[in-house]
Ligand binder design. Structure first.
Ligand SMILES: NC(=O)C1=CN([C@@H]2O[C@H](COP(=O)(O)OP(=O)(O)OC[C@H]3O[C@@H](n4cnc5c(N)ncnc54)[C@H](O)[C@@H]3O)[C@@H](O)[C@H]2O)C=CC1
Ligand SMILES: O=C(O)C(=O)COP(=O)(O)O
Length: 525
């Protein structure tokens, strides 16, 4: 049974996929109302109101996934979640159109003074000359941040006969041309635009992007719109520009503090505001809630998520293709970690054959998680594996090769430890399963599952019998056994699969058998 806390207002219809599952219980309450039960929740579903801080996460030790029914995740401490191995997902495109339309509504309202005129008429006034506006047609619109919403705003602006100038350092010329906009520097956009609208995320770079210095570079009489995140336009810095009339009007849907309370900008008639309504439409809420609910359901069912902030994202098709390798890599990592139970500095993964054409980043993360799991006390998974490896000074890298050793695919892992290197190679054979085909210099063939026992010994007659006797005396059944050797009479290995795990005392007994050099227990779950 999984428990999901839905702590913000989420579309009820959108929660349907979760409600259908008998394995899921949904609790719709604010965090403050369930303080005592926070430790019980497996998933948390939020919009922008719930602040998912490190402190909150520390009270939710069972939390596995945070779903943001919307785009911006600045209310979530993604780094803290990542450290704890918690997947963070969002619904990146479900509210794009609503946010773009709201931006346009704000633009029209701003230049035609609609909110002010509305209040005036309702106060029984009829003052037409006080609300003379400007047309949008023929005006220059500056768009800062040309992602999903920025580009939808541009399409609408072109339909209104506006000329669009874009600043986005990550925008390619091809995409700009396709969308009929011209790319500019920030200074150019500031200088040429009659109206400027911001559509970036709130980051270190974008916080205060339209502050005192850049506001001074704008055209006199400019209109500004922020339907992205409070703080991209510096609210305090606006005041003198509004007082002097340099800025003709401002439309804000978002604020540095939400709710903004008694804000100094409210004193200006030409500042129009909405309470973070960009995504507040029936359609957007249904879209984002359904997207996130489906993703959470997939995740809790052990399937991949497609819109994660802190994991490489995968489509269902791609996941289906990599799943087998993902599992094999995790097992190889686990075996290598136990076998090389010494400090290690570097893991080098080589992909060959069919696997080399797949999304190997994800497979490598899985391998890394498998490797770290036996070594660290905290939860390790694909989300935090890279971060934990870095903290522990373990570097890792991927290579690609043509050497498949006769298999259709081959994953090879080399672990570099202090004065010792270990290599394991595995292949996934459809309709047969995972096989380890090379182990520490020996060609071998075993399934990397269950309770494994690795023995390295001198190749002498009777060794298998001796090992079998000791295990038999202790009621340990051998399920399978694979052997390999360098040359007759030289070094040899056995890999046994046992029906139950063996304890330290039995391990010691086996190690005492003459001509046995190494005995290792390898548990693969
Ligand atoms: N008011 C509301 O209710 C809503 C607000 N939003 C907010 O709108 C914003 C945009 O959302 P999307 O278009 O979906 O995001 P997006 O990720 O598709 O686009 C953001 C764009 O900003 C650009 N960018 C990043 N740093 C930049 C910088 N320093 N200077 C210029 N451009 C930069 C990126 O290259 C990207 O193209 C986000 O802040 C999001 O949280 C989104 C939905 C609803
Ligand atoms: O998706 C976003 O980034 C938004 O700002 C929408 O926020 P909301 O879900 O309406 O609180």
């Amino acid at each position: 049974m999984f428990r999901i806390l839905v702590s913000d207002a989420i579309s009820e219809e959108g929660l349907a996929p979760l409600r259908k599952s008998e394995q899921i219980e949904i609790v719709q309450k604010k965090v403050t109302e369930v303080e005592e039960q926070l430790h019980e929740f497996d998933a948390l579903l939020v919009r922008s109101a719930t602040k998912v801080t490190e402190e909150l996460l520390s009270k939710m030790p069972n939390l596995k996934i945070i779903g943001r029914a919307g785009v911006g995740v600045d209310n979530i401490d993604v780094e803290a979640a990542t450290k704890r191995g918690i997947v963070v997902i969002n619904a990146p495109n479900g509210n794009t159109i609503s946010a773009a339309e709201h931006t346009f509504a704000m633009m029209a309202a701003l230049v035609r003074h609609i909110p002010q005129a509305h209040v005036s008429v309702k106060s029984r006034e009829w003052n037409r000359s006080a609300f003379v506006g400007t047309e949008l047609q023929g005006k220059h619109l500056g768009i800062i941040g040309f992602g999903r919403i920025g580009s939808e705003v541009a399409k609408r602006a072109r339909a209104f006969g506006m000329t669009v100038h874009v600043y986005d350092p990550f925008l390619t010329k091809e995409r700009a041309e396709k969308l009929g906009v011209s790319i500019h520097t920030l200074d150019e956009v500031l200088a040429c635009s009659d109206i400027i609208t911001v559509h970036t995320p709130l980051t270190k770079e974008t916080k205060g992007l339209l502050g005192e210095k850049n506001l001074a570079k704008t055209k006199k009489g400019v209109y500004l719109i922020n339907c992205a995140r409070g703080g991209i336009i510096d609210e305090q810095a606006l005041i003198p520009f509004l007082q002097s009339g340099h800025v003709a009007g401002v439309a804000l849907d978002v604020f540095e503090q939400e709710p903004p309370g008694d804000h100094p900008l409210f004193a200006f008639d030409n500042v129009i505001v909405t309470p973070h309504l960009g995504a507040s439409t029936i359609e957007a809420q249904l879209n984002v809630a359904t997207q996130v609910a489906e993703e959470i359901l997939h995740f809790l069912e052990g399937k991949p998520v497609t819109s994660s902030i802190n994991l490489p994202t995968l489509s269902k098709d791609v996941y289906e293709k990599i799943q087998a390798f993902y599992n094999l890599a995790k097992k190889m990592g686990t075996i290598a970690s136990q076998y090389m139970n010494i400090p290690v500095q570097e893991l080098s993964v080589t992909y060959a054959g069919t696997v080399a054409d797949l999304e190997t980043t994800y497979i490598t993360r899985s391998l890394l998680a498998g490797f770290l799991r036996p070594r660290v006390a905290s939860t390790v998974n694909e989300v935090n594996a890279a971060m934990i490896a870095k903290e522990r000074g373990i570097t890792y890298g991927e290579k690609f090769s043509d050497e498949t050793h006769g298999y259709a695919n081959c994953i090879s892992l080399t672990v570099h430890g202090e004065n010792r290197t270990f290599t394991i190679k595995g292949s996934h054979i459809p309709n047969y399963g995972d096989r380890i085909v090379h182990f520490d210099g020996f060609t071998i063939d075993f399934a990397p599952d269950g309770h494994l026992l690795y023995i390295q010994h001198q190749d002498r007659p009777g060794m298998i019998g001796k090992v079998g006797n000791v295990l038999g005396e202790h009621q340990v059944n051998i399920a399978t056994m694979q052997v390999g050797r360098e040359q007759a009479g030289g070094k040899a290995i056995m890999m046994l699969s046992l029906d139950k795990p063996i304890d330290d005392a039995l391990l010691q007994k086996l190690a005492e058998i003459e001509d046995i050099e190494t005995v290792k227990r390898l548990e693969v779950s």
